[in-house]
Design a protein around this ligand. Structure first.
Ligand code: PGA
Length: 259
């Protein structure tokens, strides 16, 4: 089975409502006009929480364009002022939700165990998690990155059944490449993606592992996407900065080879 090709735009804390709606509508129009469904690329727009409901209304059905949130809380409901639950996201509905982004891990102290709790709630609601993992520069320099990222996935994913795992999208995002303009080389990305897939295969079998989409994230742009997406185990991208420009985002989505 061919793996799902996905390009997800993580807007982070950017764009006010008006700007966000015009970005979303530009992306949607370009996607409908320029990305034939025969190419089989799924786009996911991940605006801030506040914009989700309005962006939902702009997304046409059946065009391979999906809505995602950037986070959710790890408890189902209750006295957590300012937080947003998986249940609330489901009620829009959103299709995907990013969890375990390195910025959440760094600035909000999120751990692998906490990310696992979020993952469980999302899966319970039928929302597909985009699970982020990736190493900081000192870990890569110490040459322990493969084991470190495998450990992140073990601690957050390995309690899942095979059927649950198939709902998960993995995004490998080396922290040293995020927002820095310093992209991983295609060889570095392929090495990690293949390692992650082999790690999943060790637990769930080769067949299940071969169905999981693994995205690359970290300064991906229209100039480097083609080389990255040509790698055997790179199934698309999680795009930050370049997702804020409609033309760049669409050009990235057009960067898949016919593989
Ligand atoms: P970037 O961000 O593309 O701006 O490096 C990627 C991400 O953090 O998801």
């Amino acid at each position: 089975m061919a793996r799902q090709k996905i390009v997800a735009g993580n807007w982070k804390m950017n764009k006010n409502m008006e700007e966000g709606l015009s970005l979303a509508s530009e992306v949607i129009h370009m996607a409908v006009d320029e990305l034939p469904s025969s190419q089989g690329v799924s786009l996911v727009l991940n605006p801030p929480f506040l914009h989700l409901s309005a962006v939902r209304k702009l997304i046409p059905a059946g065009k391979g364009i999906y809505l995602g949130a950037q986070n959710c809380h790890h408890k189902p409901s209750g006295a957590f002022t300012g937080e947003v639950s998986a249940e609330m996201l489901k009620s829009l509905p959103v299709d995907f939700t990013i969890i375990g982004h390195s910025e959440r891990r760094e600035y909000f102290g999120e751990t692998n165990a906490l990310v696992a709790e979020k993952l469980n709630l999302l899966l319970e609601k039928g929302i597909r998690p985009i699970f982020c993992c990736g190493e900081a520069l000192p870990i890569r320099e110490a040459d322990t990155h493969l084991a470190y990222v495998a450990q992140q996935s073990t601690e957050s994913l390995f309690h899942l059944t095979a059927e649950q795992l198939k709902q998960v999208v993995i995004a490998y995002e080396p922290i040293w490449a995020i927002g820095t303009g310093k992209t991983a080389t295609s060889a570095q990305a392929q090495e990690m993606h293949a390692h992650l897939r082999a790690h999943l295969a060790g637990k769930y079998g080769v067949e299940v592992a071969s169905e999981i989409s693994i995205l690359y994230g970290g300064s991906c742009n229209p100039a480097n996407a083609q080389e990255l997406f040509a790698c055997a185990d790179v199934d698309g991208g999680l795009i930050g900065g370049a997702s804020l420009k409609s033309r760049d985002f669409i050009e990235i989505a057009k960067s898949f080879p016919n593989k």
